[in-house]
Every structure is written in C-alpha cells, then in structure tokens.
Write a protein that binds this ligand. Structure first.
Ligand code: HEC
Length: 135
C-alpha cells in the first residue's frame, strides 16, 4: 500500500510543529545574582515596563505590580507567581513570551505606550527573585 502525503498535510504538520516549538520555548536562565529582592532589583524593572498598566484604580487584569504585596497578591485569575519555582510562574511565561496565547505576552507587543519587551537579563533577574523566595 502506498501512502500519499499531500502538501497540505505537510503544511499542517509544519505549522503544528512550529506552534509546539513556540510553547516549549526555553526561558532565559535565572540570574546567578544572590540576594535578589523586589526593592533592589525588581521594582525598577516593573516601574519602567509594567506599572503604566498595572497600577492605579483600574489595573489591567486587576493585577498591580507597584508593590511587593500587590505583586504577590496576583490578578483576576489569582496568583501570577509561585515562590521558589520561576519556571512555573505565569509572570515569567508572560514576559518570556512562553504562553501559548500571545494576548498574555507582557508588555503587550506594539502597545500604544511603546513599552518594549524585557531583556533576557531582566527576565533572568525576575526568575532569580522568584526562585529565591520572592522577597
Ligand atoms: C500597555 C499595557 C501593559 C503593560 C505595559 C503591561 N501589561 Fe500586563 N497586562 C496588560 C493587559 C491588557 C492584560 C490582560 C491581558 C488579557 O487578559 O488578555 C495584562 C495581563 C497581565 C498578566 C496576567 C496574564 C494572564 O493571562 O492572566 C500578567 C502576569 C502581566 N500582565 C504582567 C505584566 C508585566 C510583568 C509587565 C511588565 C514587564 C506588564 N504586564 C506590562 C497590559 C499591560
């Protein structure tokens, strides 16, 4: 029996493979820095790239990132980080574009405020902060 593979099948498989690769995208490694805290390392990053939308009376996704307490509280769907496990933390997946839904990529690509993506170094610091207990 001969199996004929149509070009459309190949195209479908290729698309599926690409989608899988995108979901499984490696996260930037956690920074090797020790003693990472919200106050010293994370607040400057959030102030620059996040609080425009995640603070005030109507924070996007009901998530405020303007204080450690608020960041730990989370948003409309609950907590956005798991202290001790940055790879499983939603906030890391969002900034690393590792969620399957691009609507969760943060900051949103092409946002009107023109806030660009975080660098791998910044993501590494956020990972180290979470891995070290999110203090
Ligand atoms: C220009 C506005 C804007 C900026 C800047 C921004 N966000 Fe968001 N954020 C949003 C919006 C809008 C949503 C809701 C997205 C949705 O529900 O589809 C959101 C949702 C989220 C969520 C929840 C995602 C989910 O699926 O529940 C997290 C976590 C988050 N943002 C983190 C961040 C972080 C960290 C930064 C900074 C690095 C940031 N955001 C910067 C607008 C912004």
């Amino acid at each position: 029996m001969t199996v004929t593979i149509k070009p459309t099948t190949i195209a479908l498989l290729a698309t599926f493979g690409l989608a899988l690769a995108a979901v499984a995208a490696d996260l930037p490694p956690a920074s090797a820095k020790t003693g990472v805290t919200y106050a010293t390392d994370i607040k400057p990053i959030f102030d620059n790239s996040c609080v425009k939308c995640h603070s005030g009376d109507k924070p996007k996704a009901h998530l405020k990132l303007d204080s450690l307490e608020n960041a730990l509280k989370g948003g409309k769907d609950g907590k956005v980080l798991t202290a001790g496990d940055s790879a499983k933390s939603l906030i890391v997946k969002c900034v690393a574009h590792a969620t399957s839904d691009p609507d969760s990529w943060m900051p949103p690509p092409h946002n009107r405020a023109n806030i660009g993506p975080l660098t791998p170094e910044q993501i590494g610091l956020i990972r180290a902060w979470i891995d070290q207990g999110a203090k």
